[in-house]
Unconditional design. Structure first.
Length: 209
């Protein structure tokens, strides 16, 4: 009868372990649900914040009248355990939403990409206000280049009092550069050239000189 020695105590010990496991599992399930709800709420708040900023910047900078505003739509796919988001950019006109993909010009697409990056940096990177544009006028016609320059001027005017805002533009387009310089939002720029030995030369140049 050795196997039954202290059977009551052994039973009690095993029962305590089972009950503690049940309580721990229930607590973890409650925690997972609370965390999921918190993430969903945070996601909703941030998307609303991003879209509010995008609407403000678009209305302030866009030169045309064919689009009232743009926003990011996030479509939820899958269940709670395998949830994913399908993000798409939509434009609105007279409260009607349409996907921007395939329906907007190159200039509208470029402006939308800049505004989206600004809005995302506002919401998720408040301590980093640097925005870099590499050859933003590629594939744009002259009208859209002028519109992009005017929109960037408006964005600079909007953000010039923000202490950590810095806009870096890399371009070979002299006309685009001149357009930016005509609006007194910047006083000088840096020109990069190569000498006879193919070494880079960086010179500061003032607008209008």
């Amino acid at each position: 009868m050795k196997e039954f020695k202290d059977i009551d105590q052994k039973y009690t010990d095993q029962l305590v372990k089972v009950k503690m496991s049940d309580v721990a599992n229930n607590d973890l399930e409650l925690y997972a649900k609370a965390l999921d709800n918190a993430i969903m709420k945070y996601h909703g708040l941030k998307m609303e914040e991003v879209n509010t900023t995008m609407r403000h910047l678009w209305n302030r900078t866009y030169q045309g009248t064919d689009i009232d505003g743009i926003k990011i739509r996030s479509d939820v796919e899958g269940g709670a355990s395998k949830r994913s988001y399908n993000y798409r950019v939509v434009m609105t006109k007279d409260q009607v939403e349409m996907d921007m993909r395939g329906r907007c010009s190159a200039g509208q697409k470029m402006l939308a990409s800049i505004i989206i990056r600004l809005a995302l940096s506002d919401s998720f990177g408040q301590n980093c206000g640097i925005l870099a544009l590499d050859e933003p006028t590629n594939a744009l016609d002259r009208e859209n280049i002028d519109a992009l320059a005017a929109s960037l001027v408006d964005i600079i005017e909007e953000r010039k009092n923000q202490s950590n805002f810095q806009l870096i533009i890399i371009t070979h387009d002299e006309t685009f550069l001149a357009k930016l310089g005509q609006n007194n939002v910047m006083q000088h720029y840096w020109r990069v050239t190569r000498d006879a030995r193919q070494k880079s030369i960086i010179e500061r140049q003032n607008f209008g000189v």
